[in-house]
Design a protein around this ligand. Structure first.
Ligand code: UD1
Length: 386
């Protein structure tokens, strides 16, 4: 039996990591005799991170505050490594938990590995492990971040059976893989409880297309081309309004503003806080996105999603029929979105609620898996099944 409570450091830096890690932190806090959760933020995304933390009422214990305008991947990586070294030596935790595929995740896993000292290795637990596109540079750098994190991790929390198969194919030992579902659904249910009911809250009778786009492989021409489709959709469909939630990245904003600012029935808005964003998704008619998390949330809300990318590491939504990969070409996006706006049967075929990613109990399973991994219990938690 290990010495309790086990110190578990959660490290995250961007908005999606915060959303998906928050339920795990709240769950760890329910077991004070067994776990001592310590919350570390790198603040790779300063402003977008703070919104989420407030919403989930989580106060970080340590804040590396690494964000710089126009930060490069090299700068993020080296600043996370340098910032975490003394902190991890000082905290000497039993485990570090990271979530997803950002550069914070990879760098924090590497920092935990480097912190080996005095014969004690920090166990790295990877939440949302095993997602793959099998294309090294798409998404860039996320696919490589998650592969490298798999190499560095000791405990793998796979959201789906497919993710577990990917891990086993990479040579990960089966006993260290737990199928937990995705904590994004835990967060979604938490947020949904706080929302006003849909019928009292409809801002207008126009059909809303909600748009987000920020990925690095879409910077430049693909971003211009997807904006072209959005502009055409607003022109062609008089009963449609576009809500474009702009990422904070200046590289993204410059193009989006140049292509769409001032156009009729197109609103470019600041990134809403997570709770507002869930409400926008719920009230949208259709969602166009290149985000990973939105691909997981929208199926649960029964909203059709057109994924403006050429690859996806989330095939489950596509298999369930609520998400479709449409690329970034103006004509392709216009055609696919146009069909959903014109044909009720095409729309209804996609607009059904399914939950391939979770049942709202993923953070419970993650904590149960930690209890099992560290020998607090001999009972292995049951795998999540949709
Ligand atoms: C990062 C992640 C990506 C994740 C996305 C979610 C990496 C390399 N990429 O992409 O996997 O999907 O977050 O949003 O880890 N900025 C601000 N304020 C903020 C956030 C960003 O000003 O709160 C600006 C900064 O100028 C920064 C730029 O946005 O330089 C880009 O941010 P960065 O963290 O480098 O990459 P993202 O594209 O946000």
């Amino acid at each position: 039996m290990p010495h309790l409570p086990l110190r578990i450091v959660t490290i995250f830096g961007t908005r999606p990591e915060a959303v998906k890690m928050a339920p795990v932190i709240l769950e760890l806090q329910k077991h004070p005799g067994e776990f001592e959760p310590v919350v570390v933020v790198t603040a790779q995304h300063r402003s977008m991170l703070d919104q989420i933390l407030r919403g989930f009422r989580i106060t970080p214990d340590h804040d590396l505050n690494i964000m710089q305008p126009g930060q490069t991947l090299t700068e993020i990586t080296s600043r996370v490594l340098t910032g975490l070294k003394p902190l991890l030596e000082d905290l000497s935790p039993e485990a570090v938990l990271v979530q997803g595929d950002t550069t914070t995740v990879f760098a924090a896993s590497l920092a935990s590995f480097y912190a080996y000292g005095g014969g004690k290795q920090i166990a790295v637990g990877h939440v949302e492990a095993g997602l793959r596109t099998d294309n090294k540079v798409n998404p860039y750098p996320e696919e490589m971040n998650r592969r490298l994190t798999t190499c560095l991790a000791d405990i793998h929390f796979a959201p789906t059976a497919q993710a577990k198969r990917n891990l086993l194919a990479d040579g990960v030992e089966e006993g260290c893989v737990y199928i937990t579902g995705n904590t994004v659904i835990d967060a979604l249910l938490y947020a949904a409880k706080e929302l006003p009911p849909a019928e009292t809250d409809q801002p207008s009778n126009l059909r809303t297309i909600l748009v987000t786009a920020h990925r690095r492989e879409n910077w430049g021409d693909p971003m211009r081309s997807l904006c072209g489709a959005i502009s055409q959709l607003a022109e062609e469909f008089a009963d449609v309004q576009v809500l474009f939630a702009m990422h904070k990245s200046p590289v993204v904003r410059e193009v989006v503003r140049a292509e769409l600012e001032g156009k009729e029935r197109i609103a470019l808005i600041e990134p809403p806080d997570y709770f507002d964003f869930v409400r926008y998704m719920r009230d949208a008619y259709l969602i166009l996105t290149d985000s990973g998390g939105v691909q997981e949330e929208a199926p649960s809300l029964g909203k059709p999603v057109l994924v403006m990318r050429t690859t996806t590491e989330r095939p489950e939504g596509v298999a369930a029929g609520t998400a479709k990969l449409v690329g970034t070409g103006t004509r392709d996006i216009f055609r696919e979105a146009g069909e959903l706006l014109s044909s009720e049967s095409a729309y209804n075929a996609m607009a059904h609620a399914v939950n391939p990613y979770g049942d709202g109990r993923s953070s419970e399973r993650i904590v149960a898996a930690l209890r099992h991994y560290f020998g607090i219990t001999s009972i292995r938690p049951q795998d999540f099944q949709p």
